[in-house]
Design a protein around this ligand. Structure first.
Ligand SMILES: [Zn+2]
Length: 284
């Protein structure tokens, strides 16, 4: 397809012109990618190192939001950041929900994860794909699919159209889940230091969630990645936690923040663990 042929060089030069436009926020994506990179097998770590652009200095987290920066001029990528369900339906179905506005199948975050995983399986072969780009897209979209409101409802655009107050600040509910919960947690509990937050999540992975990690990583035997599962969990969390008690005009404060933070922690952990598991299966 023609949109996969865009030259990476062009994209890189554009990045310099569009700094810092975000979703899961820069922090959320970086956290997931830090966790992932720390869990790579030797073979996968070496492949990732080879594929990362040199300016990343072998730090996957530093380029984890690249896909957000390019979406504003690579318009074909915009629908690849999310998958929305019909209003009020707290489940996700690939055939129904993984479509873009023109009804083209597979043009959603789930289809994108499958697509870039398939491309990366060409690593070490003669390939038509830009595998650096594929790695950056896959790493980003694995984060997005774990942000509950990236698998939200269609008519409110994943809660982008629901206006609330985050404490005293006006914000939309999608942004609260992309950024505000994480930022407030970092400020309040982690001395505004992202690395401290990453360490806390990593400790949970090895302790609190130790018995569940195998299940998070698992796909059915013939699959390299299984984003339909991740998206199904996402819309459930969106209904149970994100949309709940947060209608238009509401003021979200400690009650909401403290009860939702564990869900954000869990989803960031799962994103990191599953990105690593997928990369470890790709680069064997
Ligand atoms: Zn995104």
């Amino acid at each position: 397809m023609e949109y996969y042929k865009i030259q990476f060089v062009t994209i890189v030069s554009f990045i310099l012109l569009f700094p810092n436009i975000q979703a899961w926020g820069e922090d959320g994506h970086a956290i997931a990618c830090s966790i992932a990179q720390s869990r790579l097998s030797d073979t996968a770590a070496e492949a990732v190192k080879q594929l990362l652009p040199s300016y990343a200095n072998n730090d996957l987290a530093s380029v984890c939001s690249w896909a957000d920066r390019v979406r504003f001029y690579l318009h074909w990528t915009a629908p690849l950041h999310f998958a929305d369900s019909p209003d009020g339906l707290c489940n996700y179905q690939y055939n129904r929900d993984c479509i873009d506005q023109n009804g083209e199948k597979g043009r959603c975050v789930v289809g994108a994860i499958n697509n870039y995983t398939t491309q990366l399986l060409d690593y070490g072969k003669d390939t038509q794909y830009n595998l650096t780009q594929a790695l950056l897209f896959l790493s980003h979209f694995m984060g997005d699919v774990h942000q509950p409101l990236h698998v939200g409802f269609t008519s409110d655009k994943g809660a982008n159209l629901i206006n609330v107050h985050w404490y005293t600040r006006k914000q939309n509910l999608h942004h609260v889940w992309d950024q505000s919960i994480i930022e407030t947690a970092e400020e309040r509990f982690y001395e505004s230091n992202r690395d401290n937050f990453v360490s806390a999540i990593q400790e949970n992975i090895t302790k609190t969630w130790a018995d569940e990690v195998d299940k998070w990583e698992a796909c059915s035997s013939d699959e390299t990645t299984c984003p339909n599962i991740y998206a199904s969990e996402g819309i459930k969390a969106a209904c149970q936690w994100a949309y709940k008690d947060a209608p238009e005009g509401s003021v979200l404060e400690d009650d909401y923040f403290l009860s939702r933070l564990p869900i954000v922690n869990l989803r960031l952990a799962q994103a990191g663990v599953r990105l690593a598991a997928t990369l470890n299966r790709i680069f064997q």
